[in-house]
Ligand binder design. Structure first.
Ligand code: ADP
Ligand code: MG
Length: 609
């Protein structure tokens, strides 16, 4: 996870007070010399260390529940950088204003704290247990939704821990501790029956000790007189390292048998998700999570996050061509093109039925169109990513049919233009970050899409986008980095980079250009790029160095990414690794702001002009 202070050259990470003083000494002890370090006691907090009159002053900077930062009694700031900038202009209660940053030397990397790795592990464990994800799917889930996941973890993660026993009386807690072996430090946390507060029970010298976990008005958890934490699990992790007044360090969890199934030593095989036809997985608490009423849906809540073949039972029977009797084709049309139309349907798999979209080839079509669809299928067959529409299979019956995962909320451009006032700018950033993740995957697999546009980004729901329409896509040879088109086709010229138009050279860098146009469409809520200009005019427009204007209310950093996607020479243009990085860091930065500030940034667009 990226620390919001990681970019600051005077941030040292998780160093001790004496290390901080050492650095300041080496830098000359001038008045107002300062550095920032991670706070070792409170998560997400910092300490500002300042020199004045050859003395050291250490000010804890606290991360508040709403996500802002402040020095006790001082003003709130949206990030550590803003806070330091503020105190560089005005001492406002500090011993002096911050005058000279004590920069890290090149050979002093930021020191990662014990909680940094812990937080990553927590995220992984949480995603594994909640959505039954593993490997790449788990990584994608974390990268795309880290801000929301961190919030979820902060509030509910203890419920998933093996040491958490829920609401049980003290006697029952003791009974559980005394059953089996009783090493020192064996512990459990339970919810107290009367008060709903938490208690910690720990074994020492074959005796159970009970401690109340205090929960103060500001929502912090602590042992009496001990360090305060935002969450119960952070407190527990801390008590594994420091006794903080307890009779012993916490060591081995007394495992709650009801939670035990959730913390498998060996990753469990994925169980099928609910889809109307299958019973919900027997994961305690899962029903609550699969039907989120109190939070925004996450991509991982959707069945479409992992391939329907991720279930080994289904994979066994997987074939490229699927049987007609397993497919129900609705009359409902989702869209159409010159190839035919896309219909809604249901595919009957072994243990579940899934909603599908079916591209049906018109029967009167000539062979060339059929070949085209076969090529599209061949490409899709090789792809498997949460942010790309997956192919389920092909079906040859009354017509040739390409069966795909269903993205019920339809194309991004239409969705946005019909819901301008319901979709925040932050929401658009989230979706475009997901698109960049899908494109990064394509780039890595050496595929070029060649038709990336808002019309070909389909939505599963308002918070989940998938790239679709691989009709023009190509797999590049192992040694090629571009595809040379020999024939001109019906090309989406307004989405194409100069080298695609001029030299018919298609690479991932060309897709990056199209990504920039797609971003522009998204941030203008389904606007049409280059209005009424003709293809030729666009080429001249670009050659003269002009570019699409910044859409109304589009955040500057997002327009900067677009412009970097539209660098004329493809050698100098971003690649998707960089695009994704830029999208991610902006997305995280706005998601971490308190709601009021984030929504101020993410004002809804005025009507398109
Ligand atoms: P074309 O090559 O004609 O652009 P697309 O693959 O983009 O074909 O599909 C055309 C339309 O069909 C899309 O704009 C969309 O409305 C609908 N559609 C296609 N695939 C899906 C899907 N997987 N889920 C939902 N709708 C889809
Ligand atoms: Mg299309």
């Amino acid at each position: 996870m990226i620390d919001p202070a990681a970019e600051l050259p005077f941030f040292y990470g998780s160093i001790s007070r004496s290390d901080a003083e050492q650095h300041l000494k080496l830098a000359g002890m001038g008045d107002g010399l300062f550095l920032l370090r991670q706070c070792l006691r409170s998560l997400g907090g910092y300490v500002l260390s300042v020199v004045w009159s050859l003395e050291f002053y250490h000010y804890p900077v606290e991360k508040q529940l709403n996500g802002t930062y402040c020095i006790a009694g001082g003003k709130s700031h949206c990030g550590p950088a803003e806070l330091c900038e503020y105190y560089s202009k005005d001492a406002d209660g500090l011993v002096c204003s911050l005058r000279k940053p004590c920069h890290r030397s090149p050979d002093t990397p930021i020191k990662t704290g014990v909680f940094d790795s812990l937080r990553d592990n927590m995220l992984q464990e949480y995603v594994r247990q909640t959505w039954n994800l593993d490997g790449e799917a788990m990584e994608q889930a974390i990268i795309s939704q880290a801000p929301q996941l961190e919030k979820l973890i902060a509030t509910t993660a203890h419920e998933k821990m093996s040491w958490f026993h829920g609401k049980i009386p003290r006697q029952e807690g003791e009974r559980r501790l005394y059953s089996g072996s009783q090493p020192d430090g064996k512990f459990l946390v339970r919810e107290r029956v009367e008060s709903g507060t938490f208690a910690l029970s720990v074994m020492y010298g074959k005796t159970a000790y009970h401690y109340q976990i205090l929960h103060d008005k500001s929502g912090k958890y602590s042992m009496p007189e001990g360090t305060k934490f935002d969450t119960v699990w952070q407190l527990v992790e801390y008590l594994k390292m420091k006794p903080d007044g307890l009779v012993t360090l916490l060591r081995e969890p007394c495992v709650n048998q009801n939670n035990a199934g959730q913390t498998p030593a060996v990753p469990a095989l994925r169980t099928p998700r609910t889809n109307g036809y299958t019973p919900p997985p027997k994961v305690p608490g899962a029903s609550k999570i699969l039907a989120p009423m109190d939070r925004q849906p996450l991509p991982m809540d959707s069945d479409e996050f992992v391939s329907p073949y991720a279930d080994p039972k289904e994979l066994k029977d997987k074939t490229l061509f699927i049987k007609r009797d397993k497919l129900m084709v609705d009359e409902v049309e989702l869209g159409s093109g010159n190839f035919g139309c896309v219909k809604k349907g249901v595919y009957k798999m072994k243990s579940k039925h899934i909603d599908v979209a079916i591209k049906v080839l018109k029967s009167e079509n000539e062979k060339a169109v059929k070949d085209e669809m076969m090529r599209e299928a061949e490409i899709m067959h090789q792809l498997d990513n949460p942010y790309i529409v997956r192919m389920i299979g092909l079906c040859e019956a009354e017509a040739l049919m390409l069966v795909m995962e269903m993205a019920p909320a339809g194309p991004l451009n239409k969705f946005l233009s019909s819901r301008k006032d319901q979709v925040s700018v932050e929401n658009v950033v989230e979706l475009m970050h997901q698109v960049s993740l899908g494109m990064k995957y394509l780039e890595e697999k050496n595929f070029v899409h060649r038709d990336l546009a808002a019309r070909n980004v389909l939505l599963v729901n308002q918070h989940y986008a998938k790239i679709s329409d691989f009709g023009l896509s190509k797999a590049l040879g192992a040694d090629d980095n571009y595809y040379k088109a020999r024939t001109l086709g019906k090309w989406p010229l307004k989405w194409y980079a100069p080298e695609c138009i001029n030299y018919h050279k298609f690479s991932s860098k060309g897709d990056v250009w199209s990504y920039g146009i797609t971003m522009w469409e998204a941030f203008s809520y389904g606007g049409k790029p280059y209005k009424k200009m003709k293809g030729q005019e666009v080429t001249a427009f670009l050659q003269s160095g002009k570019r699409l204007e910044c859409p109304a209310n589009c955040p500057d950093p997002m327009y900067e990414v677009m412009n970097d996607c539209w660098i004329y020479k493809y050698e100098d243009r971003l690649d998707f690794v960089k695009v994704e990085e830029r999208m991610r860091s902006y997305y995280y930065s706005i998601s971490k702001k308190p709601p009021t500030e984030a929504s101020e940034d993410a004002t809804k667009p005025k009507s398109e002009d």
